[in-house]
Design a binder for this molecule. Structure first.
Ligand SMILES: C[S@@+](CC[C@H](N)C(=O)[O-])C[C@H]1O[C@@H](n2cnc3c(N)ncnc32)[C@H](O)[C@@H]1O
Length: 279
């Protein structure tokens, strides 16, 4: 049944673009993951699964990145929780359905942070479509520019316990100082043994042109985020492992768009980063 999305702002609606790429992958015969809920989010929001008018270049540039990162982070979070992270925090979780679709170890607490209208929409859709409970899930409706650490603690988060953090699909909509503030806060909340994962990419000319073809308003959402993910995370006390999305894609038998990476057509980088906290 259709749900009201009028309270969800432009940045919040980008979550539906990711859901569309995941829904398509879910339907693919050789998909890298299964996400049966992505299509429900789209249907409830009235967003078509098909690539929108003018969106073919964007889908070509971002499609592989989105599905490869999803699989990569699924595996990484499962490894982190199996290795002792008792809490998972999905920062800017959007239409990420991991609280339901991942088989977390018993007792894992999964916190989702996003804007209130986004999480309220998600709750309404999942109340209708979830085919399994998510007992350890906590929705934390707060703006990341506000005291989100306080809201997270109030929801039951324990900074003395190792945590797996996922910051997916959001850094490029933040300026460098906002991104730095979020990393500083989550680093302070990270006990030894915590794991951090995020994706980031440079807003290359092809990508700007592709989003302009959908809507210049979409292009205006792009910011720089951090410029050197490895040095950035190390500065905040993490031991990072930075990979090009093309290399991870190759591990999964996929090919990333040539605009990203080190090849002759490359315009910039697209990274998948994992990091551990040892002290
Ligand atoms: C492109 S979506 C990515 C969602 C999800 N991580 C994924 O990969 O499917 C970006 C998300 O960031 C959230 N977001 C952006 N800025 C935010 C802020 N200041 N506070 C809370 N959430 C924010 C949006 O509401 C949106 O859900």
């Amino acid at each position: 049944m259709a749900k009201d999305v009028s309270g969800i702002d432009a940045i919040g609606r980008t979550a539906f673009a990711v859901a569309a790429l995941r829904a398509a992958e879910h339907q693919a015969q050789d998909g890298l993951f299964s996400d049966p809920y992505a299509g429900h989010f789209l249907a409830a929001a009235g967003v078509p699964l098909e690539v929108p008018e003018g969106g073919a270049d964007f889908a070509a540039l971002m499609g592989t990145q989105a599905v490869v990162r999803t699989r990569f982070f699924d595996e990484l979070l499962l490894r982190a929780t199996a290795a002792g992270c008792e809490q998972v925090v999905l920062v800017a979780s959007g239409m990420d359905s991991r609280p339901w679709r991942i088989n977390w170890p018993d007792g894992t607490e999964v916190f989702e942070i996003d804007q209130e209208p986004v999480l309220a929409f998600k709750d309404r859709v999942m109340a209708e479509h979830a085919d399994r409970p998510a007992p350890g899930r906590h929705a934390v409706a707060v703006d990341l520019r506000e005291d989100w650490a306080g809201a997270l603690r109030e929801a039951g988060f324990r900074p003395d316990r190792p945590t797996a953090w996922l910051v997916e699909g959001v850094l490029y909509s933040l300026d460098a100082s906002a991104a730095d503030g979020i990393l500083a806060t989550l680093s302070e909340l990270s006990a030894p043994g915590s794991v951090l994962a995020f994706d980031h990419f440079e807003i290359v000319p092809s990508l700007r042109a592709a989003t302009d073809r959908i809507s210049p308003d979409l292009t205006r959402l792009w910011r720089s985020g951090p410029t050197d993910p490895g040095a950035w995370t190390a500065r905040h006390g993490w031991v990072p492992d930075v990979r090009e999305v093309g290399d991870v894609a190759a591990d999964f038998g996929r090919t990333a768009h040539p605009a990203f990476g080190d090849g002759p057509a490359a315009e910039g980088h697209s990274w998948l980063v994992s990091a551990v906290r040892t002290d």
